[in-house]
Design a protein around this ligand. Structure first.
Ligand SMILES: [Zn+2]
Length: 386
């Protein structure tokens, strides 16, 4: 089906599209699930019920990029390619993939019923890799020992190595055993939970359909609880910085950013589950203002506050002069390496891609015949425009 540029898109009512593509309380503005790639791309600038969903995750990409790049211009910041920034780049990869995959999934999902399924599998996969990207950044920048001067003095950093003799490494943890547990299990747990989340969310497209929004929302709140462990710890214990230092002063804003990050997440969950405002007036928010667009806006605001929080902690470490995270073997807190950051991310992405391939193959066997049937029927009758 080719559309001529300049002609109105044939938008359909909820009664004219397969039940599979229906959204609760959205009555008009549907695209037929058999668009060409060109038609899908053009629909970014035509008002359909997916246009707002696309822009509310595509535009934020540039806002995120603007705030992200600021870090590399800070005084005292190492080169952008230095190991110190590996976790931050992994966080960037996670957020970039999330926003890009989400916006593209909304734009391209009307190519066919099978493509629609694949788009959303990819969307769920990138949400999981985003949470692991966050965990890597938290581990290296908000770790209970992040920013604390290394009392071992063996890390080979070129920076000033003033030693704070009164502190033993164990004193950084209120519960010493927690330290071992945290450093051993935090990243592996974040990865396992992320994979379980992808599996659960992909399953909601075939099973548990009635409660799919509730399941998807809670499935992504759980990894949030796991990955936020270092932040909870930081908020419940003392700051790693001396109270007279500028690092201490800077890191006091971490709590505020985190609380706002949580608030936006909560509000986004409420929109996603409640289907407000379209629930109150079905048909009135079909193109602009329905819950999924507010959900996107709130998730982006939560990411933005998370970025500000991570940047605050990066700045505090940079101001503490003695970086805890040099890429040296003998460092007390081993610094980020390619294997411990990009390697983890690559392993995770490979696993997620394998899961997506399996679910896509399954979706093709379910929706392939229906897709072919729709294409056949559609070529025989003209579309009704609304
Ligand atoms: Zn979305």
């Amino acid at each position: 089906m080719l559309l001529n540029f300049g002609q109105p898109l044939p938008l359909l009512r909820h009664t004219d599209v397969p039940p599979r593509v229906l959204e609760n309380y959205i009555l008009t503005g549907y695209r037929f699930p058999n668009y060409s790639l060109r038609d899908c791309l053009l629909s970014a600038i035509r008002p359909t019920n997916e246009t707002g969903n696309f822009w509310t995750h595509f535009l934020p990409l540039f806002i995120f990029l603007y705030y992200f790049m600021e870090v590399f211009g800070w005084e005292g910041a190492p080169h952008g390619a230095s190991p110190f920034f590996y976790p931050l780049w992994n966080y960037f990869i996670g957020v970039f993939c999330l926003l890009m995959a989400s916006s593209m999934a909304h734009l391209l999902n009307s190519m066919s019923l099978v493509v629609r399924e694949v788009c959303f599998f990819v969307d769920y996969g990138t949400i999981s890799s985003y949470t692991v990207g966050s965990s890597l950044a938290y581990y290296y920048y908000i770790h209970p020992r992040a920013g604390i001067k290394d009392s071992g003095g063996q890390n080979g950093s070129q920076m000033d190595m003033k030693i704070e003799p009164a502190r033993s490494l164990k004193s950084f943890y209120v519960i010493p055993d927690f330290g071992v547990l945290f450093e051993t299990l935090y990243i592996p747990t974040a990865c396992v939970v992320a994979i379980l989340c992808v599996l659960s969310c992909c399953n909601t497209r075939h099973r548990w359909r009635r409660h799919r929004y509730v399941i998807r929302t809670f499935v992504f709140l759980f990894p949030f609880l796991i990955s936020s462990t270092p932040v909870f710890y930081r908020l419940l214990t003392r700051s790693p910085y001396s109270t007279t230092s500028s690092s201490f002063e800077i890191s006091t804003s971490t709590a505020g950013f985190f609380y706002r990050h949580c608030l936006w997440l909560l509000v986004s969950a409420v929109f996603n589950i409640s289907k407000f405002p379209e629930r109150l007036s079905p048909g009135s928010f079909d193109i602009w203002g329905h819950s999924h667009q507010w959900f996107h806006c709130c998730t982006f605001l939560s990411i933005l506050d998370e970025l500000h929080m991570i940047k605050t902690e990066v700045r505090a470490i940079l101001l503490s002069q003695t970086l805890l995270l040099p890429p040296a073997i003998l460092s007390r807190l081993p610094g980020p390496t390619i294997a411990s950051t990009y390697g983890v991310m690559l392993l995770l992405q490979t696993t997620i891609v394998s899961i997506i391939v399996c679910f896509s193959w399954h979706a093709n066997s379910i929706y392939g015949p229906e897709r072919d049937q729709l294409a056949k029927e559609h070529s025989k009758k003209p579309l009704k425009c609304h």
